[in-house]
Design a protein around this ligand. Structure first.
Ligand code: SF4
Length: 480
């Protein structure tokens, strides 16, 4: 987008993304004038809480701020501070309130500083009321559906003295063609859909991210083609439940078919995706993962609980037997697949027998790793109103037992590549070991081996000389 062509003196365009480029230019004039007045550059800091989708949104937010002329900083004592929030568990909310207390003291010393909040937590009405009453020094609040509108909202914020709040209950437009500042030059997330229709009874996501909407396949493919031209080798296709991709499109397209099309894009060497719901993971997807070598041998398949009774209360729409049968079919079709999962301990009504079922699935599936969570009551979800909330001490004891079981199996399973030569995408120089670099195997496991910065972003062959439980030590293979 050629900013010079934007007629600043006139009304902003109505169409997106031109409208946002107009406001990027407007804000850029403010940033320029303010930094001349202060005799220094203006700094912006974006702090991300939560999941990969939030991390991807934050890359967009950083890109927009850099285009305005802000210099990027990690320091929260910056001229513009933006929190991209998460609300999947209560402690995520508490973290943000804690940080806001800290920002209050900074703003006292730096009154022209602007503070903004966006993301899932801002979609909760009670949160907005609390911020208005207890944190009136916040300047801007927006949600998950209008992340792309940062420039326009910041401009409103710069031209008004009062708090600007713009929360949408739903989002029907997806504006992706905006500046982005990727964390890595060689890999990138790509949103393929937004929202979730599954309404698992403990989960707040459908209430804060809205109904499922899939992006047009052509739009996704051209975004990935542009990324590949820009040096990206690995893409992560993102959605709350990618298996539902394409169901809302006028001409439905299956996720597996989209995956096959992404495999055809020159320059893309690795494809990952997250997250797959077990209830609608198709045979077509399993075959596509088996047949397309670019699709990484890693599948994140959240279990949540091993008890069919609890799964029913969670509204997960599969049973223990169905999950085990699916995991078995995947492991049979793709023998070296790495399965990882999410498990919740302490869901209301969970008995020792239910928990034993969870341990049984962990023992039988043998995950490479598992994200284990203690159930967190989320106001507004059906589970929050359920009786039989499990006592904290009982949950803690079960959580420790689960972690022990998961780690025991994971350290055994993760050792299976010891002594082999594997392809590694080098991500960075190792902070802890001078002269070493770190990267990831196709199944997402970490490898550290001797090397220098010239290897970062490259796919190299590495001999895995030592297994260290959840990562490997290696050395460059001769044929690398
Ligand atoms: S699938 Fe369930 S747990 Fe995942 S985002 Fe949707 S409602 Fe939440």
């Amino acid at each position: 987008m050629n900013l010079d062509k934007i007629d600043i003196p006139f009304e902003p365009p109505l169409k997106e993304p031109a409208r946002q480029y107009y406001f990027i230019e407007k804000c850029a004039q403010y940033v320029k004038a303010e930094s001349e007045r202060l005799g220094r550059p203006l700094f912006s800091a974006v702090k991300t809480f939560g999941c990969q989708m939030n991390a991807h949104d934050s890359e967009r937010l950083r890109g927009i701020l850099l285009q305005m002329g802000f210099e990027e900083s990690e320091n929260e004592a910056s001229d513009f501070v933006l929190y991209n929030t998460c609300t999947v568990r209560d402690n995520a909310n508490q973290k943000v309130y804690g940080h806001l207390g800290y920002l209050k003291t900074i703003k006292k010393k730096n009154p022209h500083m602007k503070i903004a909040l966006c993301g899932c937590m801002m979609q909760e009405k009670a949160v907005i009321e609390r911020i208005k009453n207890s944190y009136p020094f916040v300047d801007l609040i927006f949600g998950t559906h209008n992340v792309f509108k940062l420039a326009e909202l910041l401009y409103n914020c710069l031209t008004k003295d009062s708090m600007v709040i713009d929360i949408w209950d739903s989002g029907d437009i997806a504006v992706e063609a905006l500046p982005s500042k990727r964390k890595y030059s060689f890999k990138s997330g790509v949103n393929i859909m937004y929202g979730c229709n599954n309404f698992c009874s403990y989960c707040i996501v459908p209430y804060v991210r809205g109904r499922e909407r899939s992006r047009m396949p052509g739009e996704i493919l051209s975004e990935i083609e542009a990324l590949a031209c820009d040096g990206v080798k690995e893409v992560m296709l993102l959605g709350q439940n990618v298996n539902s991709y394409g169901k809302t499109l006028k001409e439905p397209v299956s996720f597996a078919s989209l995956l096959r099309q992404v495999c055809q894009i020159p320059g893309v060497e690795r494809i990952r995706f997250m997250t797959s719901h077990p209830k609608d993971l198709s045979d077509e997807l399993i075959e596509t993962m088996r047949d397309c070598p670019k699709v990484c041998r890693h599948l994140h398949l959240p279990l949540q609980s091993g008890s069919s009774r609890i799964l029913n209360l969670m509204n997960r729409r599969y049973t223990k037997e169905q999950y085990l049968e699916l995991a078995g079919r995947i492991q049979k079709a793709i023998p070296n697949i790495s399965l990882t999962t999410d498990i919740i301990v302490g869901f209301p009504g969970e008995t020792e027998e239910d928990f034993a079922e969870t341990l049984d699935v962990v023992t039988r599936v043998r995950y490479d790793s598992a994200f284990t969570f203690i159930y967190s009551k989320r106001t507004g979800t059906p589970a929050a109103a359920m009786e039989n909330q499990v006592p904290e001490a009982v949950v803690k004891e079960r959580f420790d037992r689960l972690l022990c079981q998961v780690q025991k199996i994971s350290s055994q399973v993760c050792m299976r590549y010891a002594g082999t030569v594997q392809k590694v995408l080098v991500e960075c120089e190792n902070d802890h070991q001078i002269g070493y670099v770190s990267g990831r195997l196709d199944n997402n496991l970490l490898v550290h081996f001797p090397g220098d910065a010239s290897l970062v972003g490259k796919l190299v062959n590495v001999k895995l000389t030592e297994a260290k439980g959840f990562y490997y030590i290696g050395k460059m293979a001769e044929n690398s």
